[in-house]
Design a protein around this ligand. Sequence first.
Ligand code: FBP
Length: 548
Amino acid sequence: MQKSPLQIARGNYNPKMPVALQGSVAIQEGALTQSVADQDEIKQLFPNTYGLPVISLVPGDAQPFPAVNVGVILSGGQAPGGHNVIAGLFDGLKKINPESKLYGFLNGPSGLIENKYTELTADIIDEYRNTGGFDIIGSGRTKLEEPWQFDKGIEACKQLNIKAIVIIGGDDSNTNACVLAEYYKQKNAGIQVIGCPKTIDGDLKNAQIETSFGFDTACKVYGELIGNLQRDANSAKKYWHFIRLMGRSASHIALECALQAQPNICIISEEVEAKNLTLNDIVEQIVNVIVARADAGLNFGTILIPEGLIEFIPAMRRLIAELNDLLATNDEFNTLESDDEKRQYVKAKLSHESSQLYRDLPKGIARQLTLDRDPHGNVMVSQIETEKLLIEMVAKRLAIMKGEGTYKGKFSALNHFFGYEGRCAIPSNFDADYCYSLGRTAAMLIAEGKSGYMAIVQNLTKPADEWQAGGIPITMMMNMEKRNGKMKPVIQKALVDLEGEPFKYFAAHRDEWADAHASYIYPGPIQYYGPSEVCDQPTRTLKLEHQA
Ligand code: FBP
């Protein structure tokens, strides 16, 4: 296989690790835990995995561990660093006992159910060290939540003598990992389950998990691209760039990119919801900045839009909820052939307000709202082109203002969507180090017989050797939430905290960034080699949160 010089160099990179993982490791059990909320319900649902102690890994004496066979699963969307979690897990298991084996279940959780796997040998692992992507074993979005699936998993593990499964995934996948751990304990199946916090969206974080892996690299890639667009805008002085950013419901990615690049406008969905803003309010805010800049002779700029925005506008949220109900229980809709028939059908079935809103939406957006949901019931926001909707609405408003003589500028807009560009990037040093450490931590938790835990690494704004590795019981992060009409135990999703330091910093500076002549920052591409202040910095979000 041909490789670029950087690919070759990254293959030889040795991830930095916390001191505790560098030599022989021991575990220290801390206080017993309880769930963040709904303690009685969660305790009842997880009698075997509830209340376990927090675990810290510390330097200790070398201990003999028996060889262990482990299966690993990549779940959900790609995030830079996944291959390093697997490499760290592999090295950790071999360090514990060279006879240990690692199997990768193929294409996500379905690999476990269908018993599709490959043995991950040293040759394979070496090919993937410090690379982006999930292609070593593939990923998938099959939900692991039914007892028959868990039983299939037991059969697959028995065949390979697998004693532990590591699930690398986001909040939903780790919730399911915990359900699986509980089931296997109840059944005495002899299979441990350990989770790892993955997602570029950054919404799997809490008092214990400082950040999910992949967020750092993805935001740095988008930050670079936004900076490049800003430099272009500032040079050509003729385009407004409307840039939608991935991240599902949470606006962490948009906020982090705003902190990195200082665009003229960044919309934060959580604020839109808190202030109960309508689509027209958002358009008005954008128009105000465009007009003010035009008055100063600046007919260009950048606007960041989180991909989940549409779900946070109250009227749109009601419309989406109605569409979810309508489409979930309706086979008739799927028999309709043309987009027009579907549109008419939907309009007739919605409530008066939602039907009105649906009718006013551009046809393309209305169609995107009726596309299939993902297996977790989420609207696939990555396919809804909110940036185009906003361009259309802003252009209309500016045309009216021009007619009235209140806008004298020239509006020419370009749309962008940054998401897939960053999900498989070569992991930054931060993600390469963090992920490798997570993998090594997972191996230790397995050796110590733990199950129902998530591998964690903390103290991430410090140099890597000061990081602290350990495990937290997944039940500790859970509460009860309504999903598909039923109350379910789930890991709380972290949205942008409007009282948190990253948002407060943004809110304190956004007016300056809106109309200034030169407030743009050009973050440039991720650097892998060079001074630490250039190569090893965590995200601005993490720094501001820790500063607090
Ligand atoms: P995860 O929650 O699985 O990590 O998803 C990350 C993500 O990139 C979201 O930001 C995005 O909305 C979604 O995946 C896109 O999904 P798909 O890969 O199915 O197009």
